[in-house]
Structures are given as structure tokens and as C-alpha cells.
Write a protein that binds this ligand. Structure first.
Ligand code: ATP
Length: 208
């Protein structure tokens, strides 16, 4: 279940967006940017690739990889053209995007073009990613605007996001951190995550 190689959409897809993340939890900002980039670039599908372990983060994810994947599956189930991918979870260990892209290229049949979708905040830190210099030959980088973050494309020539395609996108001001904080403060998260994800968070008592 959820394996890219089992997917009917990705089996025939020739242009694939790759949105990697911790998704702790997945939220309406992720869904909005995926839809916006898919429409703007005419992609067949956007894969939400759930990280196993985010080595760059100072604090580990709250929810397990399996639970974060389950939330992503629920979030995309009604959206044609959005899919969950467990490629990083199956590989395990620290998640490096270069590995994600290599594995996806192996799994996706046909002449697949990969578009790595990153929010403006992630894009700025791409020069600290492991084996970032490999990314340019594996995928086209697409940077999406994020409220409060001015992305100026004037990056060093060696920066992995230099020359990236920029899509302003819907500018939805929501983060997983804000959602975790709201749950802990017993505030509503209605509208910030799909209802199916809010139900899953409540049922499993995450982020309290
Ligand atoms: P956290 O608050 O826990 O750091 P997050 O909301 O940034 O989480 P991630 O799973 O870390 O969510 O993000 C995955 C990808 O989605 C990253 O490239 C990130 O920049 C991007 N992203 C997340 N939320 C938004 C948003 N509201 N607008 C644009 N990009 C976003």
C-alpha cells in the first residue's frame, strides 16, 4: 500500500512533482502548494514523500513515520493527482533527498521528469543538504513561496536552488509547528488540516 511502484497514476506519469517533508502533520499549506505547482507546471502527479528521519531538524518528529504516512494517505485520498510515497520510509535511516530522487527514478517507469518542490524556507537551506550537488542532475528544482519568507533568487552559483523555477503559489500561512502548538493549547485545527487528518490526530491523541 502506498508504494510508488504499485500506483496506477504514477505508472503512466511522465512528469512527477516530488514534495518531501516530515509532515508532522501534513496540513492545508502542503496540499495548496502541491495543487498550485501541479496546475502551473502541468504535472501528472505530485508525490508526498514522507521522511523517515529528518537529520537536519533539531528536534525529532513527534509522530512516528508510519503515523505521518497514514496522515498523508488520508490527506491525499480524495485528490486525483496527489499521492503518498513511502520510498524514504522503506529505505529507512536518515533521509537525504538525493537518495529519494535516485530511488524514485528507479521505481518510476518510462521517461519521467522529476520536479523537486521545496518551500522557500527549505530552498534557502538546500546548500546544507547532504549530496546536494547531485540534485540538479536528478530533478528540476521548483521553489514555492511561503508567507513571511522573501525568496530572492540571488544565490551563489553553487547553491542547489540557484536557477530554480519559482512559483509564488497560494501563500497559505500555516505550518506543522503551529498545528502542533494549537493542539497542545487545545485550540481548534479545523480548516488547517483535512478533517480526516484532524480526526486521526484526535483519535491517536497526538501533539497534546
Ligand atoms: P514544521 O513547522 O514542523 O517545520 P512544515 O510546516 O515546514 O513543518 P514540512 O513537512 O517540514 O512542514 O514541509 C515540507 C515541505 O513543504 C518543505 O519544503 C516546506 O518548505 C514546505 N511547506 C510547508 N508548509 C508550507 C507553506 N505553508 N507554504 C509553502 N511551503 C510550505
Amino acid at each position: 500500500m502506498g508504494l510508488v511502484s504499485n500506483s496506477s497514476v504514477t505508472a503512466s506519469a511522465s512528469s512527477v512533482g516530488v514534495l518531501g517533508g516530515t509532515f508532522d502533520p501534513v496540513h492545508s499549506g502542503h496540499l495548496a502548494i502541491a495543487e498550485a505547482v501541479r496546475n502551473e507546471l502541468g504535472l501528472d502527479v505530485v508525490l508526498f514523500v514522507v521522511a523517515a528521519d529528518q537529520w537536519l531538524r533539531s528536534v525529532p518528529p513527534v509522530a512516528s513515520a508510519a503515523a505521518r504516512f497514514a496522515m498523508v494517505e488520508r490527506a491525499v485520498e480524495d485528490s486525483a493527482g496527489l499521492e503518498a510515497s513511502d520510498v524514504d520510509i522503506v529505505r529507512g535511516g536518515s533521509t537525504y533527498t538525493a537518495d529519494t530522487l535516485v530511488d524514485l527514478r528507479e521505481r518510476l517507469v518510462g521517461a519521467t521528469e522529476l520536479h523537486l518542490i521545496v518551500g522557500a524556507d527549505s530552498a534557502m537551506s538546500m546548500d546544507r543538504w547532504k549530496r546536494a550537488d547531485e540534485i540538479g542532475s536528478l530533478a528540476r528544482v521548483v521553489v514555492v513561496g511561503r508567507p513571511g519568507l522573501e525568496f530572492d533568487g540571488r544565490l551563489a552559483k553553487s547553491h542547489p536552488a540557484e536557477g530554480a523555477v519559482y512559483v509564488e503559489g497560494p501563500m497559505v500561512d500555516v505550518s506543522a509547528t503551529a498545528i502542533r502548538d494549537r493542539v497542545q493549547a487545545e485550540k481548534s485545527i479545523t480548516g488547517l488540516v483535512p478533517d480526516s487528518v484532524a480526526d486521526y490526530i484526535a483519535a491517536n491523541e497526538f501533539y497534546r
